[in-house]
Design a protein around this ligand. Structure first.
Ligand SMILES: NC(=O)c1ccc[n+]([C@@H]2O[C@H](COP(=O)([O-])OP(=O)(O)OC[C@H]3O[C@@H](n4cnc5c(N)ncnc54)[C@H](O)[C@@H]3O)[C@@H](O)[C@H]2O)c1
Length: 288
């Protein structure tokens, strides 16, 4: 009788300790920042327009882990980029525009001069006119469709063509995408079609560069409030819908995407290529 009671007390003490430790681990997990050694590595990042940009979170995270950063920015974002870049360790900043082949070429000439070769290429760029991110998809016109495709999808091939000779073997290329590529999302419209082309481009570029050990992947992020997102009609409803439907019952943040980008730049992902990886708190697998 006595020993039964002792066992119960021991079990209770054990459970209490177990839950205490589990709670501690959970709290630590919340604060946890992953760390990789990217010293000596160099990354080219396209797509910083504000501190909310996913591209900015990626640049900062890679830099915090020792990687040197070059930023290709649109002229109109210049002031913001120069201010933000003060937080980076000796970055290279240069104007570039995905609609302009000469600028793409001169951008990479500068990269060659500053970096010689580099390791990571981050494509975090998209554009469609606001008029085509609302209402009916079929209302898009030829010019709007072509511009969106050129900036948001063709640009991946364009920058890879202009720069792959500068990329080190075992490098990593990452493009940002969204679930609207494979599912019809209200208002996302032409951008969904661009993301489908971008995701397909990821697979083809992965095939092109595989023999050089260069990996190419897409990150499909859940909705995050950024400048680009603000152009999508009803974006705040998208955010609340995503939060409610996601298996984890929350929205994601820029840092979540940056952490996956860090993993995709590291050797831990050395045999992952041609993939689209989802960071959406489990939204895309919820059937109901
Ligand atoms: N925010 C989201 O909810 C979300 C979700 C999934 C995927 N994405 C994707 O992430 C990427 C980054 O978007 P973001 O949300 O950080 O918004 P953002 O507005 O901060 O970034 C978009 C970037 O595209 C650049 N850009 C636009 N036209 C360009 C051009 N002609 N030449 C060069 N650069 C050009 C802008 O300067 C800007 O830096 C995009 O591909 C976007 O589709 C965003």
């Amino acid at each position: 009788m006595m020993s039964k009671m002792m066992n119960k007390v021991k079990k209770w003490a054990y459970d209490k300790q177990f839950y205490k430790e589990a709670e501690k681990r959970r709290e630590e997990g919340k604060k946890m920042d992953v760390g990789f050694d990217l010293k000596g590595k160099k990354a080219v990042v396209f797509g910083i327009a504000s501190e909310k940009s996913i591209g900015w979170a990626i640049a900062k995270t890679l830099n915090d882990n020792g990687c040197k950063i070059a930023v290709g920015y649109q002229e109109r974002a210049g002031d913001y980029v120069k201010e933000l870049a003060k937080e980076l360790d000796d970055p290279v900043l240069e104007v570039c525009d995905m609609m302009n082949d000469e600028l793409i070429e001169s951008f990479f000439k500068r990269i060659e001069k500053e970096f010689g070769k580099f390791d990571y290429l981050i494509h975090s760029v998209a554009f469609a006119k606001k008029d085509f991110l609302q209402g009916k998809f079929y209302e898009v016109n030829r010019k709007g469709y072509n511009t969106a495709q050129e900036v948001s999808a063709f640009s991946l091939a364009a920058i890879v063509k202009a720069s792959n000779h500068l990329m080190n073997e075992e490098g990593s290329i990452i493009a940002m995408t969204y679930l609207g590529s494979v599912m019809a999302m209200p208002n996302y419209n032409v951008m969904g079609v661009c993301k489908a082309a971008l995701e397909s481009s990821v697979r083809y570029v992965a095939m092109d560069l595989g023999e050089r050990g260069i990996r190419v992947n897409g990150i499909s992020a859940g909705p995050i409030a950024t400048l680009a997102a603000s152009g999508i009609s009803g974006f705040s409803e998208m955010l609340s819908h995503a939060e409610e439907k996601a298996l984890l019952k929350r929205n994601i943040e820029q840092k979540d995407v940056a952490n996956l980008a860090l993993f995709l730049c590291s050797d831990l992902s050395r045999n992952i290529t041609g993939q689209i990886l989802y960071v959406d708190a489990g939204y895309c697998v919820n059937g109901m």
